[in-house]
Each structure stands twice: as C-alpha cells, then as structure tokens.
Design a protein. Structure first.
Length: 263
C-alpha cells in the first residue's frame, strides 16, 4: 500500500488540555507531526499518552486547545469523520471482533471507504455486490501482505496473540489512513515478534505512512523514531531526536535508565 506523501506538518496539536473531575490528564500540550515521519510518545503510566491518543482519534473531547489535521481543525469532529479524513488507530488492549472471521475483521476497516447505503444493500443493487467484492479483494491483499491469508476464514479469536496484533494493524490500514496511531503495538510480544512488528512499521513508513507511536519498548522507540515526545503528568518534558532524548538528564533518569544506554 502506497500512501501519498504530503509536505509539512500533517498533525498539529496546540495547547491541548484534558481534565477529568478536576484531574488534569493532559496539560497545555503542543507538538507537531511532520508528514512521512515516525514520532513516538513516551512516558510512565499515567503520563497522559492514552488520553492524548483518545483526543486525537475523537474518543475523548479536549477541555481546551486545538487539533489540526492537514491544516484543518478536527477536534470537533466525531471519530468516524476523522477516520474518513485519514486518521486510523490500533489499541493498547486489542479491539478484535473475535467471533468474526479474520477476513471480516479487515473488511470492517475497509467499509469506511464504501459508498453503499443500507437501503441499496437491502435492494440488492448490483453496484453493492461489486463494492463488497472489491473490499474483500483489498482485505485479502492486506492479509497476504501480513502472512494471514491462510487464516482468512478462521474466527479471529483463534489467532495467536501476536497474530491478533497484526490483524488489528491490517484492519487499520484497510481504511487507507494518512496518519496511523499505534498504541503500544509491541506490548505483550516476545522479543522476536516485537522486532518483526518494528520492521513492519518501518516498511509502512518507507511506503509513506506517517506514524504516531506510543510504546514502552525503548529498543523499538529508539530504532524507529525520527522524533520523540516525552510526557510526564500530562506535560511535555522533552522533545527531539532519539539522540537528543537519550542524552536528556531528566528523561534518562526518570524513564530510560540503563536501557537507553544499552539500546
């Protein structure tokens, strides 16, 4: 899948704040994601990373601030409208339809690009069938790419955990996103599978995909990221390249420690 490259900033977050019952989860946060880059967001549990992702995707409404995608504000748009504009995500806790087939799971992501209405489907209009076959072909191509084609007809719940991670990624890609939000894609994966996931993300980026990545695997973060944003208590404490963040005293002592030195 080749994703058209834009120039400049694809995502702009300006003064983003989110409060829950008086608790500030994200506090006056501003940053940008350039088109074609992999930007990582790191920090300890409770730093505000998941809340940030939820605000960008449209699950959580900001208390204050703005989110711009490709120059236009999207922070007032519902989740499906942002997805149509080209924002897709995976989840820290897998959101797989376990009773549906592997193929059907990917087709769910593809339906976002469909034009058929419920009425046209009920009336069996020929174009609906053609569209469904095209969606199936696209979904199968993604399964082929990620080595899951042989399992297309199996229930998604029968897959191994690592395969479910890949399936969720394939479903996100089926919507043809321009920005991919990856929430801990390596969580729970053994070393070899985490490395394979990192290479998959690198390949997607080489094809033009812009990625915003939340991840605790510092080996993956340091090897993949063009830019890294470090959060603590909802605030930015550092931002820069892997080398710049690696050498930041507060980041090194608080989050990376010896792992950063050895990575």
């Amino acid at each position: 899948m080749n994703t058209p490259r834009s120039t400049g900033d694809l995502l702009e977050v300006e003064g983003l704040t989110c409060r829950f019952a008086g608790v500030t989860a994200v506090d006056d946060l501003s940053f940008r994601v350039k088109a074609g880059e992999i930007k990582a967001v790191i920090g300890p549990n409770g730093a505000g990373k998941s809340t940030l992702f939820n605000m960008i995707a449209g699950v959580t409404r900001p208390t204050d601030g703005a989110i711009k995608f490709d120059g236009a504000r999207v922070d007032r748009l519902p989740t499906h409208a942002r997805a149509r504009r080209g924002i897709a995500r995976t989840f820290q806790n897998l959101q797989i339809f376990r009773e549906m087939s592997v193929l059907e799971n990917v087709m769910v992501g593809r339906h976002l690009r469909g034009r058929a209405t419920t009425l046209s489907a009920l009336l069996h209009i020929p174009s609906v069938g053609a569209e469904e076959r095209a969606m199936e072909a696209t979904a199968m191509a993604l399964l082929e790419r990620f080595g899951l084609a042989a399992k297309a007809g199996l229930p998604a719940g029968s897959l191994a955990f690592g395969q479910m991670k890949v399936l969720e990624l394939a479903r996100a890609l089926a919507s043809e996103p321009r920005l991919l939000l990856l929430d801990e894609p390596a969580a729970g994966l053994p070393h070899a599978e985490a490395d394979k996931m990192a290479e998959t993300i690198r390949d997607l980026n080489r094809d033009g995909m812009t990625v915003l990545l939340v991840e605790h695997n510092m080996r993956m973060v340091m090897s993949l990221s063009h830019d890294i944003l470090v959060l603590n208590n909802g605030r930015r404490i550092a931002e820069g390249t892997a080398e710049e963040v690696r050498c930041h005293p507060e980041v090194l002592s608080a989050y990376l420690g010896e792992e950063a030195v050895d990575a």
